[in-house]
Design a protein around this ligand. Structure first.
Ligand code: SF4
Length: 358
């Protein structure tokens, strides 16, 4: 064990702080419904609480339980996820709901290993669900908890390194109490989200400032150590904005995996092919160039994509052919948008088009 001295009475002191200062009124709080906790935990991965709340309410309103989510079409699920990003989360939720229906009679499982076997659920998320829904004693180690523990114990390695991870799990395990585990889970996440914030920790009012090694050593803002940076590779793509005579825009569904998997996007044209020619060959449409739009860059976690939108107007009307029938296509009416999942940058582009095209 690396720690010679654990912080004493950490859980009771944290719970006392939580009872006075913890966040209240979050729509998933205090739920003993594993499904509701699961949806919240997945949405909260990589997304701030304030952003999540309206998405969560719409999602739970549309799919109030596992059965409803399992019965939904993926398109409906992606539609409600549009704008939240990291769409693999939505695809995994949908896939896991179908697994729960098929393998567990529609009842969310209550064993850690079984929950971890579901798509999109790692050890920390599984522990958080079981602690909050069933009051089972499991440690969690999400981004907030990693930050708090790295600072309390002045751990200087990057939390993504396996040796650091192991040490953090040991600390998380040690401090998780046997009682009020659901509250403790919420409390340590609240501490990280409200006091021990990434950029500007409020050490002056923190109940652990007397114990916190990072604070005592003046390292609070330096820890945790960020991921070693490497320059993101940059790719580029030509996105075709193909307009028919009534102003509808042609969308194409992305393949089920990869970026924006299963979402509707603009048809992508190979860069070495002239767009009008591509439109003729790939879709069977005669077209002419439309207004010029500015390119923009969208950053993914592992690369940057420079998107160059190219507007084309059809000149010969709508003439579906055999090639077109083989592609998953949709004519998108900007004035009556259909309920379908659209990648956020594509949605932004469609909104910007309104001012250019009307
Ligand atoms: Fe975080 Fe500061 Fe509290 Fe340490 S004293 S746990 S750095 S808020």
């Amino acid at each position: 064990m690396d720690e010679k001295h654990f912080i004493t009475d950490f859980a009771p002191r944290l719970l006392a702080w939580y009872d006075r200062h913890g966040r209240r009124g979050l729509p998933w709080q205090g739920k003993r419904d594993a499904y509701a906790v699961w949806v919240a935990e997945i949405m909260l991965q990589q997304t701030q609480v304030g952003t999540v709340i309206p998405y969560y309410q719409r999602f739970i309103g549309a799919f109030p339980d596992v059965e409803a989510l399992a019965a939904a079409e993926l398109d409906q699920v992606l539609h409600l996820w549009s704008g939240l990003g990291y769409y693999a989360r939505a695809r995994n939720l949908h896939c896991a709901a179908r697994r729960i229906r098929a393998e567990h009679g529609g009842v969310f499982p209550d064993r850690l290993e079984t929950v971890m076997a579901l798509p999109g659920i790692g050890r920390s998320t599984a522990g958080a669900i079981l602690a909050q829904a069933f009051d089972q004693r499991h440690p969690i180690l999400d981004g907030n908890v990693k930050r708090v523990l790295c600072r309390l114990y002045a751990i200087e390695g990057w939390p993504g390194h396996s040796a650091v991870q192991k040490r953090l799990w040991r600390l998380a395990e040690h401090h998780t109490p046997g009682e009020r585990v659901g509250d403790y889970t919420q409390a340590i996440m609240d501490l990280g989200a409200t006091l021990c914030r990434r950029g500007d920790p409020s050490c002056a009012v923190c109940p652990f400032s007397g114990d916190c090694l990072a604070f005592r050593r003046g390292l609070a803002r330096e820890l945790p150590v960020p991921k070693p940076r490497r320059a993101l590779p940059r790719r580029s793509a030509l996105f075709l904005v193909i307009l028919d005579e009534s102003g509808r825009i042609l969308l194409e569904r992305r393949p089920p995996s990869g970026i924006w998997g299963g979402l509707w996007s603009l048809p992508e044209c190979e860069e070495r092919v002239e767009p009008v020619e591509w439109c003729r060959r790939a879709l069977g449409y005669e077209a002419e160039p439309g207004p010029v739009l500015s390119p923009f860059v969208h950053t993914f976690s592992h690369f940057q994509l420079k998107i160059e939108p190219v507007v084309l107007r059809l000149t010969g009307g709508e003439s579906a052919n055999a090639v077109m029938d083989a592609r998953p296509l949709l004519w998108y009416n900007r004035r009556q948008p259909p309920a379908c999942g659209i990648a956020a940058p594509v949605r932004r582009l469609l909104e910007q088009l309104d001012s250019k095209l009307d």
